[in-house]
Design a protein around this ligand. Structure first.
Ligand code: ATP
Length: 353
């Protein structure tokens, strides 16, 4: 039974980075929905808000202020909107820096259809498990001589083994049947070869899980032909980034797919999408991806009742299909969509069997 508002039993302190571009709009919607769901289920949130990126630089002279690092260190939990990464010169990616700093080695991205939304592949349910700290994202580039630049792809036994272990542990715990390691070891024999050999070694401890290896370019074709052949895609950092955007298109686009950056100490939850400057400030952004990231966060902190309340409200809005944002074929703005989710949480409709 729902708890009376104002009778919160538990309070969670969470670092909130609204982000830039569409970040403030989607995170505003998500906070409002979480507050309402929490009020009904006896959960309160104490949000510690911080700017990051250009806005933080203007205020503090740092792209990631020390206070923000301290807050994540203390709370061990953050919900993060997108933060623009300057292209070319300048500060390295804020997202990558945070993942490195807090050793968030696993990037977990479930790609699942929402009920009622017309997509090319109804019923799709796959997961991308992406190594989050190594590969070309190590940011090690230098000019060898003018006109020649070298970028270093770092793959380690430690990093590959722990991401493989994460994927197999997840599969066992959640009864997922199949893992594909995605690689390009035919060309990058040493680096991707090491990644594969670590996956194979970890795999030995999980004989009940079907295991395959696919080359990344073939995987792109296979995914478009028949994504249902995949269950969990286990992959390095860059391939994981590219496959995430590709797979998001199967379920309605970047506005929908959530993500979690997980380490042994901390977790940062954020959508797959970027700051989408083309639609920023226009009340057009779809907050679903960040909202579903927040649902992952609620499960992570064992607030499953609140998570279910949000997810059920969200799915009801999609099932009804009347108040959807433009990216998924609707006419509603971010704010109207958020109001529809709030209303759906208040007045749930039984799902037809
Ligand atoms: P990054 O490299 O920072 O991850 P990206 O290159 O993936 O970013 P995005 O900023 O995510 O690019 O935007 C890609 C396209 O998807 C844009 O046209 C944008 O408008 C659209 N898009 C992204 N997120 C959303 C959203 N939440 N709602 C609606 N459209 C979105």
């Amino acid at each position: 039974m729902a708890t009376q508002p104002g009778t919160a039993k538990r309070t969670h302190t969470i670092t909130l980075i609204p982000g830039d571009g569409i970040g403030p709009e989607v995170s505003g919607a998500v906070v409002e929905i979480l507050e309402a769901a929490g009020a009904a289920t006896g959960v309160a949130f104490d949000w510690h808000r911080f700017a990051a990126g250009a806005e933080a630089f203007e205020q503090t002279g740092h792209y990631i202020p020390q206070d923000l690092y301290d807050s994540i260190e203390e709370n061990r939990l953050a919900l993060k909107g997108p933060v623009t990464t300057p292209i070319g010169g300048g500060f390295s990616s804020i997202n990558v820096t945070l993942r490195q700093k807090f050793e968030l080695f696993a990037n977990f991205r479930p790609v699942k259809n929402l009920p009622g939304l017309q997509t090319r592949y109804p019923g799709l349910d796959l997961i991308i498990v992406r190594e989050n700290m190594e590969d070309l994202y190590a940011g090690l580039e230098h000019v060898v001589v003018p006109g020649v630049v070298q970028a270093l792809k770092i793959i380690t036994e430690k990093g590959s083994t722990r991401i493989a272990k994460f994927a197999f542990d997840y599969a066992r715990k959640h009864d997922r049947k199949k893992i594909h390691s995605i690689h390009k070891a035919n060309i990058m024999k040493l680096s991707d070869g090491l990644f594969l050999s670590c996956c194979r070694k970890v795999r030995e401890g999980f004989p009940e899980i079907e295991y395959h290896e696919h080359i990344v370019d073939n995987t792109c074709m296979q995914l478009v032909m028949n994504p249902f052949q995949y269950d969990i895609l286990l992959t390095e950092n860059l391939y994981g980034d590219i496959l995430s955007d590709l797979c998001s298109a199967f379920v309605g686009g970047l506005g929908l797919v959530p993500g979690a950056n997980l380490g042994t100490e901390c977790a940062i939850f954020e959508a797959v999408h970027g700051s989408a400057p083309d639609i920023a400030g226009k009340d057009m952004a779809n907050p679903t991806a960040l909202l579903q990231s927040a649902v992952l966060m609620l499960h992570h902190i064992n607030e499953s009742e609140t998570a279910e309340r949000v997810q059920t409200g969200l799915e009801q809005v999609y099932r009804e299909g009347k108040t959807l944002t433009k990216d998924v074929g609707g006419k509603a703005g971010t704010k109207a969509f958020a109001q529809a989710v709030l209303q759906a949480m208040e007045s749930p409709v039984a799902v037809p069997a």
